[in-house]
Design a protein around this ligand. Sequence first.
Ligand SMILES: [Zn+2]
Length: 270
Amino acid sequence: MAAHPIGVHVGPGLTEDNELDAGGPLARAAEMDADGVQVFLADPQGWTAPRPRPDAEALQAGDVMVVVHAPYVLNVATTNNRIRIPSRKLLDKHAQAAAAIGARGMVVHGGHVLAKDDPAAGVDNWRKTFARQAESGGFAVPLLIENTAGGGNAMARDLEAIARLWEVVGEFGAGFVLDTCHAWAAGWDLGTAVDDVRAITGRVDLVHLNNSRDPAGSSRDRHAPLGDGEIPTELLVEVARAADCPVVLETPGDAASHAAEIELLRSALT
Ligand SMILES: [Zn+2]
């Protein structure tokens, strides 16, 4: 595998009948000459548990980097029991399913608490999530917490919030995913973002390299192709270079445009 693999988010890659959709994620990777794929293991907007995948062995045995993205609906930070408890259970199940396909980690959003809540409650819910899981040996793959674009009382939108979160999750070995579109939406300086995060977390494990359709500080989460958005392309390349870790593109476009983005990035980074 490449030292700094460049992957593409390809979704579940499965049909409704749990069969490979047009060859599945590995076929997509080959089509785009990607070093890796990021997949969903179930409906990203739903609460269903993952099913065993028909390509589990192939994903595990191959030299393509596999990253799993947890469903968007999970929110282990919330004070709402009816969301938090199923979120914790599903996080565990998704991590086990991620291990079964040889994933190197699972991306999960930082989540949020309600406007009336003290954000400290959300931080403590994250601590409990890791602490309880640690009692049964920890998560089956490393959890990688991603910064988010907007929303009030978010756990991982602003650097100050990430600092509060890391005071409790750092000791459990939580990883960090830097999403450039989300950081831009939250008003971060992308020129220093990698250093700013590292000063807090000590690590950046994965970059979601995405351009944005919206101006800096918009709080809007609308990804754009690397070369066609509000963020200068050179600035995105600089983030990838500074992070010096695997990259996953979550940009809109077809196989040909993703192949071109990978090509651009690969040549800029070598
Ligand atoms: Zn992302």
